[in-house]
Design a protein around this ligand. Structure first.
Ligand code: FES
Length: 162
């Protein structure tokens, strides 16, 4: 995983000052960090560990325990490809392969180099009747064929520039 660093802003110092004297402060501070950056950057975790005198491992434990927290910066476009049974049987692996090829993401990676796109595999997204399905940000795309990938990505790029 690539380590990203973020500036320790006055905003983060203010969150720390607000919660530091309070019981159960770590989770509230991490919420503030996640809200500010969309994830919990590694260097901020190190900063918090030192400021709160807690082991870095404890912070990592909390961040990885709760699904709410992310350790990586969010992409502009999160493409969640369903790999539930129905979607798997109807070609999800081919979709993932095609998406990664189009976006030039290596098979084991999730992000494009510019971190604009993230392709992830998820469990059933609740649209089994539309298998194989994927969700791009909040929008569901279903009954996809490999040849749908390119036009779908093109639509996103066009929307972005308009
Ligand atoms: S298995 Fe893919 S939406 Fe349910």
């Amino acid at each position: 995983m690539e380590t990203l660093h973020e500036e320790i802003t006055d905003e983060i110092r203010a969150i720390l000052d607000k919660w530091k004297p309070k019981e159960g402060n770590l989770i509230m501070i991490l919420h503030g960090v996640q809200q500010r950056y969309g994830y919990v950057p590694w260097n901020i975790s190190k900063f918090l560990a030192s400021e709160l005198s807690v082991p870095l491992a404890r912070i990592f434990e909390v961040v990885t325990f709760y699904n709410f927290f992310n350790l990586e910066a969010p992409a502009d476009y999160k493409i969640s490809v369903c790999t539930g049974t129905a979607c798997h049987l109807k070609g999800a692996p081919v979709l993932i392969q095609g998406l990664k090829k189009q976006l030039k993401i290596s098979p084991k990676a999730q992000y494009t180099e510019d971190r604009k796109f993230k392709v992830e595999e998820v469990r059933c997204v609740g649209c089994c009747g539309l298998a194989p399905a994927m969700v791009i940000n909040e929008e569901v795309y279903g009954r996809l064929k490999p040849e749908d990938i390119e036009p779908t990505l093109e639509t996103i790029k066009i929307e972005e520039t308009s």
